[in-house]
Design a binder for this molecule. Structure first.
Ligand code: FBP
Length: 340
């Protein structure tokens, strides 16, 4: 078990030294750069209202979201940090329609998928927000952006930063999950949550119930099940929903339970998920599995889903293994009844 006062940089350097020289060193270099950009982002969030940086930037991004000034600022801050790292070959970002190529990223450079500011609807109301990221091998390709496509199991590292009362960075390189808290006085992330393990089952669920009328019957029946009192099985579960996936998944990893963003099934033939596969859904799935949890689309493992487009969307049910398994059971049972 790593020493609790270890900083993120020390932790990454200790890990990368032992593993493959090239790729692992690039992964460590990029994760250190993301840590640096997170320190700048948290400072900016704290002063945004004082600097006129709240509100909309004008226009929408490639997935139709209203872009906030901090979305743009956050994106540019991540781009600068990744360029400086010299270990990034391309960035797929929520705020850029096409991948940002970085030719200086070296032969062993990696491709990063990133949501620089997750939970944008919380920005102007002082709610928690986050940054989500995942790394894939760049395989020396030019352009490197297309290396972001393919199954989530190709990810070599993933993580998020939660900007809340404290700033917490959580990451995995495929050998368990570590959490670091920012010591603002030192300007360093320090190991505070070594070897995060999600409880087998929880008592809390997170979902936007306002969308219930668009859910398929299996999803509706599962949520109804969680709300039905039954002492023996610890129901009803409590509902917690922050509006920021990072905050909801972080709570779920530490306390157990399940976070869900199912598809809009108003037209059963054309499911409409909301969250983006490459920089929201797949990174969280890798973290959850590395913490002993599960991440499902409702009908299959998220990490088996192969991305074919940079901004494609996917449904997600993520959290404690027993809770996600039961949610899948409800989806399967109702799909069978509908003869799907
Ligand atoms: P952004 O990355 O654009 O903020 O969108 C993602 C997100 O805000 C998630 O963090 C959150 O879980 C979800 O969308 C909230 O969506 P809704 O407002 O539909 O519940």
């Amino acid at each position: 078990m790593a020493d609790r006062s270890m900083t993120l940089d020390e932790h990454l350097r200790s890990r990368s030294a032992a593993a493959l020289p090239g790729l692992a060193r690039s992964v460590a270099g990029v994760l250190i750069a993301i840590g640096r950009s997170a320190i700048r982002i948290q400072a900016e969030l704290a002063h945004a209202a004082l600097r006129g940086r709240l509100g909309a930037a004008g226009g929408q991004n490639v997935t139709g979201d209203t872009v906030k000034k901090l979305d743009v600022w956050g994106h540019e801050t991540v781009v600068d940090a990744l360029r400086d790292s010299g270990a990034c070959r391309a960035l797929v970002s929520e705020e850029s329609a096409e991948p940002v190529e970085m030719p200086a990223g070296g032969a062993e450079g990696v491709v990063i998928c990133c949501d620089p500011v997750d939970g944008s609807s919380n920005l102007d109301v002082g709610g928690s927000v986050g940054t989500i990221f995942a790394l894939r091998p760049g395989r020396g390709q030019k352009p490197a952006g297309p290396m972001a496509l393919g199954p989530g199991s190709d990810q070599v590292a993933a993580g998020y930063v939660l900007y809340g009362p404290s700033t917490i960075l959580v990451y995995t390189m495929g050998e368990g999950v570590q959490g670091f808290t920012l010591d603002r006085d030192r300007g360093e992330f320090v190991l505070t949550h070594p070897e995060i393990r999600v409880p087998k089952r929880g008592k809390v669920y997170g979902v936007n119930e306002g969308n219930a009328s668009t859910w398929d019957p299996g999803q509706r029946a599962y949520v109804e099940h969680l709300r039905t009192p039954d002492k023996a099985s610890g129901r009803p579960y409590s509902l917690r929903y922050s509006g920021a996936m990072v905050a909801d998944v972080h709570r779920t990893l530490l306390d157990g339970g399940i976070f869900m963003y199912p598809s809009d099934m108003t037209d059963p033939g054309r499911p409409k998920p909301k969250l983006r596969l490459l920089y929201e859904v797949a990174p969280m799935a890798m973290i959850a599995e590395q913490a002993g949890g599960r991440a499902s689309t409702g009908t299959g493992r998220v990490l088996d889903l192969a991305a074919t487009e940079f901004h494609q969307r996917a449904p997600i049910l993520v959290g404690s293994p027993d809770d996600v398994a039961l949610a899948e059971e409800f989806h399967r049972r109702h799909a069978a009844r509908q003869g799907a």
